[in-house]
Design a protein around this ligand. Structure first.
Ligand SMILES: *[C@@H]1O[C@H](CO)[C@@H](O)[C@H](O)[C@H]1NC(C)=O
Ligand SMILES: *[C@@H]1O[C@H](CO)[C@@H](O)[C@H](O)[C@H]1NC(C)=O
Ligand SMILES: *[C@@H]1O[C@H](CO)[C@@H](O)[C@H](O)[C@H]1NC(C)=O
Length: 221
């Protein structure tokens, strides 16, 4: 049945997506931090060719609101993480790829956000791809415009996605219900059909019998 096949497929898809944590996906960072709390500045750059070995170092720059220039605040390379700016001293943790030079997630975690952290952040990936006969250098950068608020406000995106989730759950359940009713009725109809056929067969048998009788009667007359 086409409808139930589709349902099964969509359920499988959901399971599959849930199991795909390992795969790299370039998710955009959140852009609204709450003062006094921690905040993850996201920055993900997937390798275009995942089968090619790579190594990357990461630099983060920050331009405070109203300032003209970016300053370097953080680096992550072979020597590990380094906080490069006083404003962020002891307030930045690495949230990116662990135990690997092949960094694809360069997210950092800001502890105890202040309103002074408002501004633009840029992360740079300096990546080397190791091909058989040569190495290939790329630089990828991403920008995060961070605003700091006193209290959490929910982004429209999160509200919309929650509503969509409920809509799709209810939709799938209705579908399932309709499918069940449809199948039930089909089975019931098939049962009736069989009964009717049986009755028909009996009727025919009786009819032909009585026809014989009639013929006998007619002959007798
Ligand atoms: C990011 O780092 C912070 C501070 O070390 C930690 O509390 C948090 O769980 C980390 N988050 C992820 C997703 O690694
Ligand atoms: C966060 O920063 C504020 C002001 O800078 C300070 O008063 C507070 O103790 C800090 N909290 C933590 C958990 O570091
Ligand atoms: C924020 O910046 C202003 C101006 O530079 C400074 O006076 C203030 O102490 C800073 N606040 C924090 C929490 O760093």
């Amino acid at each position: 049945m086409a409808a139930s096949d589709l349902l099964l497929l969509s359920l499988l898809c959901m399971l599959f997506v849930n199991q795909c944590h390992g795969a790299c996906a370039e998710v955009d960072s959140d852009t609204e931090a709450v003062a006094g709390r921690g905040f993850k500045l996201g920055c993900i750059s997937c390798k275009r060719r995942s089968e090619v070995d790579g190594a990357a170092t990461v630099e983060w720059y920050f331009r405070a609101k109203g300032e003209a220039d970016f300053v370097r605040i953080y680096t992550y390379n072979e020597d590990g993480p380094t906080i490069e700016h006083d404003h962020f001293m002891d307030r930045v943790d690495w949230n990116g790829s662990k135990r690997s030079n092949d960094i694809q997630d360069a997210s950092i975690y800001l502890l105890n956000v202040t309103f002074n952290d408002t501004g633009t952040y840029r992360c740079f990936f300096n990546r080397i791809l190791f091909y058989e006969n040569y190495e290939y250098n790329t630089v990828v950068s991403k920008v995060v415009h961070l605003s700091v608020v006193a209290k959490a406000t929910r982004g429209t995106a999160s509200i919309v996605s929650e509503v969509m989730m409920y809509v799709s759950i209810i939709g799938l359940q209705l579908w399932l219900l309709i499918e069940m009713i449809y199948c039930y009725r089909k089975i019931a109809a098939a049962g009736e059909e069989a009964l009717r056929e049986a009755a028909n067969a009996e009727y025919l048998a009786i009819a032909s019998e009585s026809k014989d009788n009639c013929a006998g009667v007619q002959v007798g007359e």
